[in-house]
Design a binder for this molecule. Structure first.
Ligand code: AHR
Length: 539
């Protein structure tokens, strides 16, 4: 197979009805798509744990040992990679010892989110009590690991670096991973009903240590990181440590952390498995999730697309220190963050029904991670249920799959496949946005984008058409193989604000259709405001 040069891709072609073109270069692999790109995040925040996951064994809501059955059944279908827990900011205020042992004996603490600068909505201030304010610790390490096992995910625990010392971290490791009855903490685990070790590989060393996780400087955090990881018993479980990485584009955090780390020698780099990048697009809770103009539709899509530059920028800086490229990026918080919906209960902090726009943001991000499959080993939208960029909404016995869920389901065939270079050529989408002085300025976003991967004879192409009312007639050329058959699955609506609700839970769902595919080119129409997955069998 011959590589197609960029110049050839851009060369004018014979006149066709198609106004866009996609070239899939099967002979230019990027790398395997780590299934952990399809990971999740759960924090003791709002309605995430209590109600979202934990309903209790005696609840009228159907459950498996206290864990919401509908959530388990649906999440399992997505083959989730890892689930990060217990935060977020909550993690650096949490003592894991509060959350194990007989439930009626566990202490009650004030939740991190009950009284912080994040408490921005009046409704939340009106909260009288409940687990969102007073953490009863009914859900802790054992319940969390049980939940992970039920859905087939790996647990990823975030250690408290701000308010607990190294010893508490070491004891948590011991509780989770030491063989039965070998130590006091592993005997405690056995007493709590878990003879087999939890075998937790993924450990976060703090969270957002530049902010709620300690307000450290990067140099201070590098020192903490070295201290927390100087001697860690493995108990036969390979440990994969994730450092508290930057806030969005703060490359200085990355550079100064790595600088501080290698002050004690290059060997320190080998301790890191992943460098955690956090990036939220959206207004961090200022704008209502389903109120936006056409310009605001594009504005947010474009801001979510900045993930690509963030990955490239931090990756470049990491390479200044890690020549062997041992450390990869773990984007362990991402998503669009809007204002809490007025009709959700006050305690459900940052809960809102995400719309078609959020679904496109999910797809844009997953495609970016796949286009950078050589750099990104994990990604976790914030958060799984009932807050921010969630895949599920619950309220007592009500349960709904959000548009984000459907995108995750559509993208599943990429996991474990090999991402291949793919070029998209389409007219850009133009829009206006307000600058800091509230003056209108012209802006634009690509007209089509996505990612492709291949595994055995299956080729998967996922594509986002962000245009609010233009269909893209697109010629797709496959370089290096021919097509035998195909299928499309599309999530779209003529209503840019479409979403699912308890009253109308299936308002927005993907639709599948067969596709006649043969030879090495095919013409496909991508509807406006859509996410499409094309599955091809190669001959
Ligand atoms: O996901 C909500 C919060 O956002 C997390 O607790 C924190 O890490 C981030 O700032």
């Amino acid at each position: 197979m011959l590589a197609t040069s960029a110049a050839a891709l851009l060369a004018p072609r014979s006149a066709k009805a198609a106004d866009a073109r996609i070239e899939i270069l099967l002979n230019e692999p990027i790398g395997p798509v780590n299934p952990h790109i399809y990971s999740h995040f759960v924090e003791h925040l709002g309605g995430v744990v209590y109600d979202g996951i934990w309903v209790g064994e005696r609840s009228k809501v159907p459950n498996y040992n206290g864990i919401r059955k509908a959530l388990v059944d649906n999440l399992k279908k997505l083959k989730p990679g890892v689930i990060r827990y217990p935060g977020g900011c909550f993690a650096d205020q949490y003592d894991w010892r509060d959350g194990v042992g007989p439930r009626d004996k566990r202490p009650t603490r004030v939740n991190f989110w009950a009284d912080t600068r994040y408490k921005t909505t009046k409704a939340y201030e009106d909260l009288e009590g409940g687990p969102q304010k007073y953490e009863g610790n009914h859900f802790g390490t054992d319940e969390f690991v049980s939940f992970c096992r039920m859905v087939g995910a790996e647990p990823y625990l975030a250690a408290n670096v701000r308010s607990r010392d190294v010893r508490v971290f070491l004891e948590w490791l011991e509780y989770c991973n030491a063989p039965a009855n070998l130590t006091t903490w592993s005997a405690e685990r056995v007493k709590n009903g878990f003879r087999d070790p939890h075998k937790v590989s993924f450990w976060g060393v703090g969270n957002e240590s530049w902010g709620c996780g300690g307000d450290f400087t990067p140099e201070e955090y590098a020192t903490e990181f070295r201290k927390f990881t100087a001697w860690l018993p493995t108990y036969g479980v390979p440990l994969k440590l994730i450092g508290s990485g930057p806030n969005g584009g703060d490359v200085s955090w990355t550079r100064r952390f790595f600088q501080g780390l290698v002050e004690k020698g290059q060997r320190q780099i080998g301790k890191l498995y992943g460098w955690g990048l956090h990036y939220y697009c959206g207004s961090t809770g200022q704008q209502i999730a389903n109120e936006y103009s056409e310009n605001e539709w594009y504005d947010l899509l474009e801001r979510s697309n900045r993930m690509e530059t963030l990955i490239e920028d931090h990756w470049q800086v990491m390479g200044e220190f890690d020549r062997e490229r041992r450390v990869k990026l773990a984007v362990d918080e991402w998503g669009a963050w809007h204002k809490q919906d007025a009709d959700v209960p006050p305690g459900y902090l940052y809960a809102y029904a995400g719309t078609l726009r959020d679904a496109l943001i999910s797809a844009i991000n997953l495609d970016i991670f796949q286009r950078h499959a050589d750099k990104v080993v994990m990604a976790n939208p914030a958060q799984l249920v009932n807050t921010i960029h969630s895949l599920f909404h619950t309220y007592e016995d009500k349960f709904v799959l959000t548009p984000n869920y459907h995108v995750f389901e559509m993208y599943m065939p990429h996991a474990g496949a090999t991402a291949v270079r793919t070029e998209f050529i389409a007219p850009k989408a133009s829009f206006t946005r307000l600058d800091a002085q509230q003056k209108e300025i012209a802006a634009s976003l690509w007209g089509l984008n996505g990612s492709a991967s291949v595994k055995d004879k299956q080729l998967v192409l996922t594509v986002v058409n962000p245009h609010h009312n233009q269909t893209r007639e697109t010629e797709i050329a496959i370089r290096g193989a021919s097509l035998k058959s195909g299928e499309t699955r599309t999530l779209t609506s003529t209503d840019l604000h479409a979403r699912n609700s308890f009253a109308n839970p299936r308002a927005l769902e993907p639709k599948t259709a067969p596709l006649n595919a043969s030879g090495s080119t095919i013409t496909v129409q991508f509807p406006p405001a859509s996410v499409t997955r094309l599955l091809f069998t190669l001959s």
